[in-house]
Design a protein around this ligand. Structure first.
Ligand code: HEM
Length: 179
């Protein structure tokens, strides 16, 4: 998993909790406490799972909730760090529909080592999109948070119905845009 995901995660922990909590979870998990994280380096995605588990221990907040909140935060950061991906896109469903065939394709060009999931999409109509997430990694909650972050960015009210088909590695999202 790319270091940028780790650096953004640690910044969120510092912002939403504190520097002390950030230090504590690195100590507790044994991840990053020696050298911190570098945005362009690759890390084992299990290290992210360990950091989130440590944050759960320290804060008492559910693991699922922590990952969804991180997804929302990460999307907000992408709107700043990768703003050119947002040109000519007016709505959240139009943007989400482009993740598989445009955004993540460009991400792979920028970071050839990126490990990305697959989204099979079905645009049912103007206001409804079905996204089928599948990955070798258990980040269905992260996808959920990113979708919520996308709705927030475009100031649209989305209803997200979610079905986990194989734990957090295969998840269907039925996303409806409300008037
Ligand atoms: C500008 C928008 C986006 C950018 C720049 C972006 C970029 C990235 C990057 C750099 C990674 C890390 C790859 C790695 O760790 O090796 C990633 C992973 C991921 N992305 Fe995106 N992404 C964007 C939008 C989205 C959206 C909207 C979704 C959800 C619908 C999504 C779902 C995911 C998931 C779930 C992962 C974790 C890896 C996995 O599940 O296997 N991304 N993305």
């Amino acid at each position: 998993m790319l270091g940028v995901v780790f650096t953004e995660f640690m910044e969120m922990v510092e912002d939403k909790f504190s520097f002390d909590v950030a230090d504590e979870i690195m100590e507790l998990s044994g991840v990053g406490s020696e050298t911190g994280f570098t945005a362009v380096q690759d890390y084992d995605h299990n290290d992210m799972v360990k950091l989130v588990a440590a944050l759960h221990k320290v804060t008492g907040i559910d693991i699922d909730t922590l990952i969804v909140v991180f997804g929302e935060h990460l999307f907000g950061r992408f709107t700043v760090t990768h703003s050119h991906f947002f040109e000519n896109t007016e709505s959240s469903l139009d943007f989400l529909e482009k993740i598989e065939e445009y955004i993540h394709v460009e991400v792979k060009k920028l970071y050839p080592n990126a490990e990305l999931p697959t989204f099979l999409c079905d645009r049912v109509d103007e206001d409804k999109l079905i996204m089928n997430y599948s990955s070798k990694r258990p980040f269905g909650d992260l996808a959920h948070g990113l979708i919520q972050g996308c709705g927030a960015h475009f100031k649209e009210n989305l209803t997200i119905e979610r079905t986990d088909e194989n734990g957090p590695m295969k998840v269907q999202f039925v996303i409806s845009r409300n008037a």
